[in-house]
Design a protein around this ligand. Structure first.
Ligand code: KG4
Ligand code: ZN
Length: 344
């Protein structure tokens, strides 16, 4: 059994965790920056980078203290090296490099998306490769065939906004504040999902991808019309998202069958109606449905430590001069989708 120190700093959560290759979570600490960014209605990169520099070292110290361990007990240091806001990524990666150098431990540069993608395996030791993954976060909306550590085939992506982004923008339109996803979900639970007619972009389209920009604009127009109450708007928006996710996944399952499990990961996977829809879809296709607990869906360092553990077991280490990458696709062979290339 090996011990991995995981470090996360790609967006607005500073986090440190100590994870065993046997799936033991020895410690996980997280400091959200919601208060720092709330006044701006979104994450300000410069403020995020400074906050990571402020929080990370004490968080790592606290995680080691929680586990009653020292750096010398670690077998490797795993830090997020991208994709994400580059200032924050650099703070976390350089911190990881410094610790690896000082303690003479191997460094593992983790792709944040791989952290999300492998996170379900941290809590489910029966989840085997390959599996069908819906990866839904603030910056991404992808369907992936997860073949193994470092081995991903992207089956679909968004041609404009990510799904979490659509939740956040809808929250902003409805004056719900930041971060928006959980608040839209809460408000939606009191509204009528069929009250407001909203578009389902790319529904039944021949290309496999997602699109959410038009939905967001429709929410804005419906809100400005003054004809609907906010709860009905939130519920109708969430229903449109559910329908789009379901339709695109059905297409992927039709065209790429043979996988035992349907898995969801990323911040939006914390959404209960989305989880319920996926559970039903998996049952219809005789698949097992696997979703990590909510705290492991949103950004955290346990998933980075676990991706580090999977890489450690595979003997995948990185040199101390490894670069931080603002963009870093999981599937490097994936064709660019129409309109893509802007969101990290
Ligand atoms: O994975 P994550 O923590 O950060 C990124 O890597 O992007 O995802 C954050 C995103 C945000 O857009 C947030 O609004 C969304 O996940 N989110 C949710 C929920 N909880 C978080 N969206 C819908 N429903 C939720 N309950
Ligand atoms: Zn994330």
């Amino acid at each position: 059994m090996a011990l991995i120190l995981g470090i996360e700093s790609s967006c607005d959560e500073s986090a440190a965790a100590i994870i065993g290759t046997d799936r033991t979570i020895h410690a996980h600490r997280l400091q959200t920056q919601e208060d720092e960014h709330r006044d701006f209605g979104g994450v300000v990169p410069e403020i995020a980078a400074r906050a990571h520099a402020h929080h990370l070292t004490p968080l790592i110290k606290a995680a080691l203290d929680d586990a009653d361990m020292t750096l010398a007990d670690m077998d490797a240091i795993a830090a997020t090296a991208g994709p994400g806001l580059i200032g924050g990524v650099m703070v976390g990666l350089v911190t990881g490099k410094a610790l690896a150098m000082a303690a003479d431990k191997p460094l593992i540069a983790v792709n944040h998306l791989e952290g999300h993608a492998l996170s379900p395996r941290l809590v489910d030791d029966t989840l085997a490769f390959p599996y069908m993954l819906l990866l839904v976060s603030g910056g991404h909306c992808q369907i992936l065939r997860v073949n193994g550590t470092g081995n991903y085939q992207r089956l679909a992506t968004t041609i404009d906004d990510a799904v979490g982004e659509a939740f956040d923008k809808t929250a902003k339109i409805l004056g719900l504040g930041y971060p928006g996803g959980p608040q839209v979900e809460k408000l939606a639970s009191t509204g009528d999902p069929n009250a407001v007619p909203l578009p389902r972009p790319l529904l039944r389209s021949a290309e496999p991808h997602f699109s959410f920009a038009g939905l967001k604009s429709a929410v804005l127009r419906a809100h400005q019309s003054g004809e609907h109450n906010d709860a009905d708007l939130a519920a109708s928006f969430q229903q449109a998202v559910l329908d789009c996710l379901r339709d695109r996944l059905e297409k992927a399952l039709r065209e790429h069958g043979g996988m035992e499990s349907l898995v969801v990961a990323g911040g939006v996977a914390a959404n209960m109606p989305i989880r319920a829809m996926l559970e039903g879809l998996a049952a219809e296709h005789d698949m097992r449905f696997v979703a990590p607990p909510g705290w492991l869906c949103t950004d955290n360092a346990a998933m980075i430590g676990w991706a580090g553990a999977e890489r450690y077991k595979a003997g995948l280490f990185d040199p101390l001069d490894v670069a931080a990458r603002p963009r870093w696709p999981l599937d490097k062979h994936a064709q660019k989708a129409r309109g893509a290339g802007v969101k990290a």
